[in-house]
Design a binder for this molecule. Structure first.
Ligand SMILES: [Zn+2]
Length: 67
C-alpha cells in the first residue's frame, strides 16, 4: 500500500456519500477517522432533500507530521 495523499487534498465527496459523522464534522471526509484538534475546514457540501437545501460543513485531518 502506498501512502495516501494528505486528507486535505482529497476532493470533496458528494453529500450523499457522507456518513453521519462526516456530515456533522465528527470525522474526516477523506479517511473517516475521528477528527482531532487542528482539523482542516474544507467547505460546505450541498444536498437537496425534497424542498430543503441542506449544507454540511466538512473537515479533514490536519496535515501529518513531517517525518
Ligand atoms: Zn483523514
Amino acid at each position: 500500500m502506498t501512502a495516501p495523499a494528505r486528507c486535505r487534498d482529497v476532493p470533496l465527496p458528494s453529500a450523499r456519500g457522507l456518513t453521519w459523522e462526516q456530515a456533522h464534522g465528527r470525522a474526516c471526509i477523506a479517511c473517516g477517522e475521528p477528527l482531532t484538534a487542528g482539523r482542516v475546514y474544507r467547505g460546505a457540501v450541498l444536498d437537496r432533500e425534497g424542498a430543503y437545501l441542506l449544507d454540511f460543513e466538512v473537515w479533514s485531518c490536519p496535515d501529518p507530521k513531517e517525518p
